[in-house]
Design a protein around this ligand. Structure first.
Ligand code: SF4
Length: 345
């Protein structure tokens, strides 16, 4: 495909979302990426939070963490380029040890993944011996390796319920844990692991043991935001990601993973939609569904996801950067937790 053909293809989806001058520029980079992709026998995975021009041009597969983990597990390509953040690329490497996994920006981290260390997990396991550990996929490989099973926002409840135990340690997202607790009717505590007594250290009346990690994007949405938007657009359908606070998810019309939000918009008929998640996803849905009116709260952006650009993706393939490496003893243990999650679906 030449750059004019690529431009036409991108324009068909993006002309109402991306200015023409940007489309022409990015179409040229997309052609370069396509050639490099063939040359290197690579597959490109694009998370739902990628900017619209990237999202609607170069990925072979798009989706949420769980989706892309499954795609990564099935690929027969030599190279996986993960347009997402580091913990996602690590998950692809955990599932594909013999393949080269590239993350286009070395700095694309995540506040949730950074909120917990392997020492924190050890301290919790010592405090609650025998209690199984569920970790959200938004964690680094060494933390996954200390877990019994992983989960995503789309399968968190199914994963917790699959364990059939009296208590579960659920890490590291405070709000996702509270949302799971609310939906399953479980009592949640947030213990101290560094000494000092907390309110929750009393008694054994707990079923979920949480951690106070947060997504720096989703924690910013408030019930006041919802009220303000509803005052202006009374018939808006508001969708909140489960990394938002329980107050926000309760005030929204729907709460679900990024893929579940996309399905909700596609399958319903509201006059307007507002997604309480990374703003780029609203643009991506608007591009794919021109008949839907998407409102956006774009003052909240993920600085990590925004680090992944088309230029960086091209350079990743050109210069073989940034290669994800995981020590094999950690990878094997993390693999068990991720694979167990994938089996649940
Ligand atoms: S949106 Fe939140 S959870 Fe997702 S990568 Fe950014 S900081 Fe991490």
């Amino acid at each position: 495909m030449n750059s004019q053909e690529m431009y036409e293809k991108m324009k068909a989806k993006l002309e109402r979302v991306v200015p023409d001058v940007e489309l022409r520029y990015k179409a040229e980079i997309a052609v370069e990426i396509e050639e490099l992709k063939k040359h290197r026998n690579a597959v490109i995975l694009g998370h739902n939070y990628m900017e619209p021009a990237l999202f609607h041009s170069i990925p072979d597969f798009t989706g949420d963490s769980l989706d892309l983990s499954r795609k990564a597990a099935r690929t027969d390509k030599d190279v996986i380029v993960f347009c997402g953040v580091r913990f996602m690329a690590e998950t692809a490497k955990i599932l594909n040890p013999s393949k080269t996994v590239l993350l286009p920006s070395a700095k694309a981290g995540c506040s949730l993944a950074a909120s917990i260390t392997v020492d924190d997990v050890h301290a919790l396991k010592n405090k609650f011996p025998g209690v199984p550990v569920v970790t959200y996929v938004n964690t680094y490989a060494d933390v996954k390796a200390e877990s019994d099973i992983c989960c995503t926002s789309s399968n968190a409840i199914a994963v917790v319920e699959s364990l059939h135990t009296q208590a579960v340690i659920f890490l590291p997202d405070e709000y996702l844990a509270k949302n799971v607790a609310r939906e399953t009717g479980k009592h949640i505590i947030f213990p101290s692991v560094s000494g000092g007594k907390t309110d929750s250290d009393d008694g054994l009346d707990y079923q979920l043991i949480g951690w106070r990690g947060r997504c720096e994007v989703h924690e910013k949405f408030t019930v006041k935001d919802i009220e303000t938007v509803r005052a202006q657009f009374p018939d808006v359908a508001i969708l909140a990601h489960p990394e938002c606070s329980p107050e926000v998810t309760a005030a929204a019309d729907f709460s679900g993973s990024t893929n579940a939000m996309i399905r909700y918009v596609q399958e319903s008929q509201a006059p307007h939609y507002l997604l309480l998640t990374e703003c780029a996803m609203g643009d991506n849905i608007a591009a794919a569904n021109p008949q839907k009116d998407m409102l956006r709260l774009c003052m909240v952006r993920c600085p990590h996801m925004n680090m992944i650009t088309m230029e960086d993706t091209r350079d990743a393939l050109k210069f073989n950067q940034y290669v994800i490496e995981i020590p094999e003893e950690i990878r094997i243990k993390a693999y068990r937790a991720v694979e167990r999650m994938i089996q649940i679906g």
